[in-house]
Design a protein around this ligand. Structure first.
Ligand code: KIV
Ligand code: NA
Length: 273
């Protein structure tokens, strides 16, 4: 099917829900590409792939390497790469430098950055200069040190109003879609009604214009805490554990390798000639 573009994502509002997942590597991108509209190379890779405690230490080099790997595995889905903490918050100019590097080095179609009204000037700067931006509002993991945790947002009326204002600000600034993370369900629905661009929910509401999950969470391939909003579609972690056990038994019993895996042993057919 036709490759998904930034415009087709933007125009999906009010149509079919957008199907989005994270990917960090070529083989995972190849496996998910057909089913998905958008593959996000999330800075969640810091925790999921590198075992870090938060996304704060993730670097532009890491995002560039994994972004390029995912682009090599995606033929259909739009690939979006997260700008990591510290690579865009200082100024629109800094954000442009980082985004330009990511676009050039990975071949991805857009970047994502966290922040609402405070990032509007930067989003406008980037989108006016050829960098499509996916926004990310509500719970913002890169602000964990300022906010003191990953609790859901928008329970208090004042906070909910501020998040609606964030959604308006980033949409007006030119974001082609908005990830809405970890907000109470009625607020996610209200944001979705308010803005003209699609909302992509995670821990938000089924009324968002699309959904995203961290692939390893929904595949059962992570071993730590899995958030309440995740539905588990597979148990890949257990499949890997069982495969390792079966291999261990074969090696210890000298059942592996077998004849068919060996070099330098004439096959029966060749021996017969
Ligand atoms: O880093 C990430 O995986 C994300 C998604 C969860 C939205 O930002
Ligand atoms: Na992220």
């Amino acid at each position: 099917s036709k490759p998904v573009t930034v415009s087709s994502i933007r125009n999906a509002k009010g149509r079919e829900p957008l199907v989005c997942l994270t990917a960090y590597t070529t083989p995972v991108a190849q496996a998910l590409d057909e089913a998905c509209d958008l593959l996000l190379v999330g800075d969640s890779l810091g925790m999921v792939v590198y075992g870090l405690d938060s996304t704060i230490p993730v670097t532009l080099d890491m995002m560039s390497a994994h972004g390029a790997a995912v682009v090599r595995g995606a033929r259909h889905a739009l690939v979006v790469v997260d700008l990591p903490f510290g690579s865009y918050q200082e100024s629109p100019g800094q954000a442009f430098q980082s985004a330009a590097r990511i676009l050039a080095e990975t071949g991805c179609g857009a970047v994502k950055l966290e922040g609402g009204a405070v990032m509007a000037e930067t989003i406008n700067f980037l989108t006016q200069r050829g960098v499509p931006v996916l926004s990310h509002i509500g719970l913002q993991p890169q602000s964990v040190n300022a906010l003191g945790g990953y609790a859901a947002r928008g329970k208090q009326a004042a906070e909910a109003e501020a998040i609606v204002a964030d959604a308006r600000a980033v949409a007006d600034a030119g974001a082609f879609a908005i990830v809405v993370e970890g907000v109470v369900a009625p607020l996610a629905a209200r944001i979705t009604e308010t803005v003209r661009v699609p909302t992509i929910g995670i821990g938000a509401s089924a009324e968002c214009d699309g959904q995203i999950l961290v692939t390893e969470d929904m595949m059962g391939a992570t071993f730590g805490h899995v958030p309440k909003f995740v539905r588990k579609y597979a148990d890949v972690g257990n499949v890997m554990r069982e495969a390792a056990k079966a291999y261990a038994e074969d090696v210890r019993a000298r059942r592996f390798p077998a004849e068919e895996h060996l070099y330098g042993v004439p096959s029966p057919k060749v021996a017969a000639v």
